[in-house]
Design a protein around this ligand. Structure first.
Ligand code: NAP
Length: 248
């Protein structure tokens, strides 16, 4: 069953990893997909072509999510190209890990700008069209680390915890306009990046997870499909952990 037919979605950071997985699964569910990238132009253009083979409209946009003006421009370009925005997925994110003793001010600020300011920027950018059409689903990508913290990731966990507070406030402000705002908190998700790590280390992580495996981009994408679709029209302000039971 296709759950997202005729829905137009913006996904930030769709060129690889989890965002790419979301783009693919959304296209399989009939959504039209506008996605952004920062520097991976070739991968993004290839993905857009592959998605269109599924019979939906897809387009890649170079847009730095941490830049307020670029986010405004992106939203107006997408409205021009697609006609409307029904779903926004704030997925773009980076890490610059270090123990606090060694963390520079620059690395703290950069992670907050890309991971948290981006969520403000894009939400502001789609607000007017969503208010006008009187519906919208916003899905923000946090992390298990935003809920429980992590040594060596003070900047990252602050950004991911901030997303949860922001998302709940948006849910309270915009519920009366039928705009929903929810968070997904992935645990350890295996991507091209983790495939490069030492297998023994990765396996020890897997064994510490109740479901005894890392998650896949598809695991996260399926949760996004639910929150984007009309299956979840009475759900807002929530944080859904998709982590194999890590936080249990
Ligand atoms: P990833 O493989 O590193 O991909 C990051 C994506 O974000 C890329 O498409 C990248 O574009 C884009 N991006 C980076 N900076 C950007 C910017 N300033 N503007 C626009 N796009 C930008 O990351 P991932 O592992 O898929 O993670 C995706 C999200 O899930 C992140 O928010 C991350 O914090 C969260 N998360 C991941 C895990 C995990 O285990 N992987 C766990 C919990 C939460 P380019 O390709 O052009 O650089």
């Amino acid at each position: 069953m296709k759950l997202l037919e005729n829905k137009n979605v913006i996904i930030t950071g769709g060129s690889r990893g989890i965002g790419k997985g979301i783009a693919e699964v959304f296209a399989q569910h009939g959504a039209n997909v506008a996605f952004t990238y920062n520097s991976s132009k070739e991968a993004a253009e290839t993905l857009a072509k592959d998605l269109e083979k599924l019979g939906i409209k897809a387009k890649a946009y170079q847009s730095d999510a941490s830049d307020f003006d670029q986010a405004q421009q992106l939203a107006s370009d997408v409205i021009k190209d697609f006609g409307s925005v029904d779903v926004l997925i704030n997925n773009a994110g980076i890490t610059k890990d270090n123990l606090l003793m060694r963390m520079s001010e620059e690395d703290f600020n950069k992670v907050i700008e890309v991971n948290l300011n981006s969520v403000f920027n894009l939400t502001k950018a789609v607000l007017r069209p969503m208010l006008k059409q009187r519906h919208g689903s916003i899905i923000n990508m946090s992390s298990v680390v935003g809920i429980k913290g992590n040594a060596g990731q003070a900047n990252y966990s602050a950004s991911k915890a901030g997303i949860i507070g922001f998302s709940k406030s948006v849910a309270l402000e915009l519920g009366s306009r039928n705009i929903r705002s929810n968070v997904i908190a992935p645990g350890f998700i295996e991507t091209e990046m983790t495939a490069k790590l030492d297998e023994a280390t990765v396996d020890s992580w897997r064994q510490a997870i109740p479901l005894k495996r890392g998650g896949t981009p598809t695991d996260i994408a399926n949760a996004c499909v639910f929150l984007a679709s009309d299956m979840s029209t009475y759900i807002t302000g929530q944080t859904l952990s998709v982590d194999g039971g890590m936080l249990t």
